[in-house]
Design a protein around this ligand. Structure first.
Ligand code: NAD
Ligand code: UDP
Ligand code: UDP
Length: 319
């Protein structure tokens, strides 16, 4: 029989966080979701509010938090370039002060702690596909640095608490993930293209569209989180979690047009500064330690995500 655990999810009202809360409740745990609602919304966890094992607390991770829990998933941080560049100082504070507070909490209550790190720690990578031992190519003073360096420093803190205080840490480097409950206006490529296609607006390709990304469906990723948290203490990560299927941004646009049956045309806009040219996870470590690999092909995941946005846009139109 599985023991009911008290699990804290920071950033739990966001895209990934809300799916994680749902999954943890389904596994029979007590979930404490904390969020400052910067990019997340109560709507994302609305369906969970009636569950007695779910608790929602408005809280900013840059401030200390005193609660009693067995496990912590630290997801609080805006993830899309538009949002994390909106208030870059706050982004770094969220990653760094947030990590310190959650690590301090984990230390006091002896909880296992998971960090949602990112493929952005590899920057614009010179090694392809990216393996966990690659140290990355990040511009420390560019517009993406608040996010990239914030997440890198958070990893440093996790490993120092591990070495200095013997904390049980789990660091996942997440690659581009998509699915229902992505924010419709957060500028990420999958949500942008789907919303544009459904509205019949031009699909905005930045640069020539030859840059690549590898897209993981949210359910696959959450399965990876749960498996990583359940590993033996020796498995600390960092461990890549993502779908190795690599696509150019132009291919993604064409797929979205095909799957929505849209008449939208492609338009080309300037490539943002420091936009990585290629990104693809090597997931050998995840396969070995978690017995995990993604199952949902891009086409199927896009269908489900398109259905979500179609419904959302109809509801928004209806007022
Ligand atoms: P999201 O923006 O939907 O979720 C982030 C959540 O954190 C939001 O609910 C937001 O309100 C909350 N938050 C932000 N600052 C906070 C603060 N100071 N205190 C408390 N809550 C705060 O983004 P997401 O895609 O769900 O990302 C979740 C985590 O996964 C982030 O840490 C992100 O860096 C990481 N990640 C995501 C992806 C991806 O493709 N989705 C890829 C790599 C890493
Ligand atoms: N902290 C917290 N909740 C706790 C314990 C600690 O938010 O239950 C915060 C605390 O405010 C501190 C940070 O975590 O700033 C780091 O804690 P730690 O014990 O590692 O460091 P110290 O308190 O010695 O600075
Ligand atoms: N992108 C694009 N059009 C858009 C939004 C994004 O061509 O409307 C590109 C962006 O320049 C990048 C890729 O799609 O090369 C992924 O962008 P996203 O912001 O989703 O994620 P990240 O760059 O953080 O991987």
């Amino acid at each position: 029989m599985m023991l009911r655990k008290r699990v804290l999810v920071t950033g739990g009202a966001g895209f990934l966080g809300s799916h994680l809360c749902e999954r943890l409740l389904a596994l029979g745990h007590d979930v404490l979701c904390i969020d400052n609602f910067f990019t997340g919304t109560k709507d994302n966890v609305l369906a969970l509010l009636d569950d007695h094992h779910f608790e929602l607390l408005r809280h900013d991770v840059t401030f200390p938090l005193y609660v009693e829990v067995d496990e912590i998933y630290n997801l609080a941080c805006p993830a899309s370039p538009i949002h994390y560049q909106h208030d870059p100082v706050q982004t770094t504070k969220t990653s760094v002060h947030g990590a310190i507070n959650m690590l301090g909490l984990a230390k006091r209550v002896k909880a296992r702690i998971f960090q949602a790190s990112t493929s952005e720690v590899y920057g614009d990578p010179h090694v392809h596909p990216q393996t966990e031992d690659y140290r990355g190519n990040v511009n420390p003073i560019g517009p993406r640095a608040c996010y990239d360096e914030g997440k890198r420093c958070a990893e440093t803190l996790f490993f120092d608490y591990y070495r200095q205080h013997k904390l049980r840490i789990k660091v996942a480097r997440i690659f581009n993930t998509y699915g229902p409950r992505m924010h419709p206006n957060d500028g990420r490529v999958v949500s942008n293209f789907i919303v544009q296609a459904l509205k019949g607006e031009p699909i905005t390709i930045f640069g020539d569209g030859a840059q690549t990304r590898s897209f993981c469906y949210v359910d696959d990723l959450i399965e990876g989180f749960i498996r990583l948290m359940a590993t033996d203490d020796e498995v600390t990560g960092p461990i890549n979690l993502g779908n190795p299927g690599e696509f150019t941004i132009r291919q993604l646009a064409e797929l979205v047009i095909a799957e929505t049956g849209s008449k939208s045309k492609l338009v080309f806009k300037p490539l943002p500064q420091d936009d990585p040219l290629q990104r693809q996870p090597n997931i050998t470590l995840a396969q070995k330690h978690l017995g995990w690999e993604p199952k949902v092909p891009l086409k199927d995941g896009l269908k489900r995500t398109i259905a979500y946005f179609d419904d959302l846009l109809s509801r928004m139109k209806a007022g």
